[in-house]
Design a protein around this ligand. Structure first.
Ligand SMILES: N[C@@H](CCC(=O)N[C@@H](CS)C(=O)NCC(=O)O)C(=O)O
Length: 204
């Protein structure tokens, strides 16, 4: 059976949500972050050398990287959650899947880490304004894209939404900037109502 190695408060929620949406049987193996370091426990390193989550075990193979896992699971078990490869929307789908873990994740994490540094008394020079400029550019782009939309691609739930949810929720909540990005805020409120999302949150 498919196994999901799930760390609390992590990108692994992307996979849990997808598995609940497609109704694929799976075994959930849970790990807790260290209370002091916030890192994953060493036991995750026994599963994959990076010791990060999510990781799945599928057909005897250990697979890391949430984007790869989402694409693989959708191809294998839920092709209806992706536009057809010959359709015009397919390249949009791929761009949004990769946008979530690259363009959006970097400025979000930089801003969160900058907050920790500032609270610890570090005086930031280049990094603070770089993070602010990048974050505003990327999140304004996303906010504009979501104007009048409920989902990222083809106005229906696709793999791109499973990827993006974790980043935008974290960003708007931790950086308290929901009022600056109202279309992203509405997008979040919409997917939080989906029963597969609510089931995933309960299991997490
Ligand atoms: N690019 C990877 C990132 C995986 C990752 O950094 N996971 C974090 C949780 S969100 C983690 O396991 N952190 C704990 C640690 O590094 O000890 C993915 O998309 O799966």
């Amino acid at each position: 059976m498919l196994k999901l190695h799930h760390l609390n408060a992590s990108r692994s929620i992307r996979i849990l949500w997808l598995l609940e949406e497609i109704g694929q049987p799976y075994e959930l193996i849970s790990y807790q972050r260290d209370a002091k370091t916030n890192l994953a426990p060493a036991s995750l390193k026994a599963i994959h050398p990076l010791g990060k989550s999510p990781v799945i075990e599928l057909d005897g193979k250990v697979i890391a990287e949430s984007g790869a896992i989402i694409e693989l699971l959708i191809k294998k078990f839920a092709p209806h959650l992706a536009p057809h490869e010959s359709s015009e929307a397919y390249s949009d789908y791929l761009q949004w899947i990769h946008f979530a873990e690259s363009s959006a994740m970097l400025p979000f994490l930089l801003k969160v880490f900058n907050q920790y540094e500032t609270q610890a008394g570090t005086s930031l020079k280049f990094l603070d304004s770089y993070a602010e400029i990048e974050f505003t550019k990327v999140f304004t782009y996303l906010n504009n894209h979501l104007d009048g939309k409920t989902f990222l691609v083809e106005e229906r739930l696709t793999g791109a939404d499973f990827m993006l949810g974790f980043v935008v929720q974290g960003a708007l909540q931790m950086l308290k900037c929901g009022d600056k990005y109202p279309h992203i805020q509405r997008y979040i409120e919409n997917f939080e109502q989906l029963s597969s999302y609510q089931k995933a949150i309960k299991k997490a």
